[in-house]
Design a protein around this ligand. Structure first.
Ligand code: SAM
Ligand code: SF4
Length: 326
């Protein structure tokens, strides 16, 4: 279905949990966030009912995220059930990778197509500082498990922050030379607790691009890689992988936005940066017919703003990124 700005909406990002096994600096406050009571979180059958209804208005692609989606019990069954829903032809997942060694092969078998894995640094101590609790060696095991399971293309999400990891963009870009990894440099967004933390730490993608092409070599534009979304991709001469840039701040891509977001507590959000949400949990729990869900999903599509207004600040004081679903 098209929205008011004639954009075709065919992609739903589903946050399956607000819980996480890390506490990244730009995502959560130091004390962590209070997790929602179990009963507030959509059950698997409820998520599946929303997705089934969403296919009736043209949703074809699903990305599971969180929080950390792999900490949710039954994630493998959920993936299998979603991939069996008629009309869904692409199901992917965004993860910090720590639990992939025990999940990757089974997820692939259940129908998962690809993964995006978050990795901001190649230095162990720094990984611990950024994630507050993580172990870099475990993240690498996760990346290897994704490659071994054939969850291609394996994309690496790297949020670049001034004074924290901006000295590593060259090393990160190097990863694309010898391995089939697609390194996506993400501009930090002032979201939730990241709002004040991000101040003064923004690094524009243009600066990263200039730095890596000066130090490594010319970047050749890549027409598309599977599931290319908002990133623009390039390849160094002879490289196995690519580097991509997600410029949500310096050059927003709202004109091509094709997505809705479902929060872990059942709020349907027309835009990450728009605090309006349509509550789907209440109708689901009183046994709403599919027709009612379809109407609510169409309302969310109609509500999509023409573009985000991130530069004006984060209006939603109630939520941080891990709660909405990044
Ligand atoms: N836990 C999973 C992970 O880290 O990949 C999935 C959820 S996480 C919220 C999704 C993505 O959002 C990650 O790649 C993370 O780096 C990114 N992210 C979180 N906070 C951000 C911020 N303030 N600005 C830009 N990206 C952010
Ligand atoms: Fe967890 Fe992902 Fe947020 Fe890091 S970015 S705290 S891994 S949800």
């Amino acid at each position: 279905m098209r929205d008011a700005y004639r954009r075709e909406i065919n992609y739903l990002r589903v946050s399956v949990t607000d819980k996480c096994n890390l506490r990244c600096l730009y995502c959560m406050p130091p004390e962590g966030v209070e997790f929602l009571p179990h009963d507030e979180i959509l059950r698997a059958e409820e998520i599946e009912a929303v997705i089934r209804a969403a296919t009736k208005v043209g949703i074809r692609k699903i990305r599971l995220t969180g929080g950390e989606p792999l900490v949710r019990k039954g994630i493998n069954d959920l993936v299998r059930n979603i991939s069996n829903i008629p009309g869904i032809d692409d199901i992917t997942l965004t993860t910090n990778g720590l639990l992939l060694p025990s999940h990757a092969a089974a997820l692939k078998k259940s129908g998962l197509k690809r993964v995006n894995i978050s990795l901001d640094t190649l230095k162990s101590e720094r990984y611990r500082e950024i994630t507050r609790i993580g172990d870099l060696a475990c993240a690498w095991k996760g990346i290897q498990a994704a490659l071994d399971a054939g969850l291609h293309p394996v994309k690496i999400n790297t949020v670049v922050t001034r004074g924290i990891n901006d000295d590593e963009v060259e090393a990160m870009a190097h990863l694309s030379l010898k391995r089939p990894l697609h390194i996506r440099f993400i501009e930090i967004m002032p979201i939730g607790d990241g709002n004040s933390w991000a101040e003064g730490r923004f690094v524009p993608a243009e600066e990263i691009m200039e730095k890596i092409s000066r130090r490594i070599g010319r970047l050749h534009p890549v027409r598309s890689i599977e599931g290319d979304g908002p990133a623009k991709y390039y390849r160094f001469e002879g490289a196995e992988g690519t580097v991509g840039f997600i410029t949500a701040m310096s050059n927003h891509f709202c004109g091509n936005c094709n997505r809705l977001r479902l929060t872990s507590s059942g709020g349907l959000r027309p835009c990450l940066y728009d605090s309006r949400e349509i509550d789907l949990k209440t109708p689901l729990r009183r046994g709403a017919e599919e027709r009612e869900l379809i109407d609510l999903i169409m309302d969310a599509i109609d509500m999509k703003p023409d573009r985000h207004h991130m530069h004006e600040g984060w209006a939603d004081r109630k939520r941080v990124m891990s709660q909405i679903g990044g």
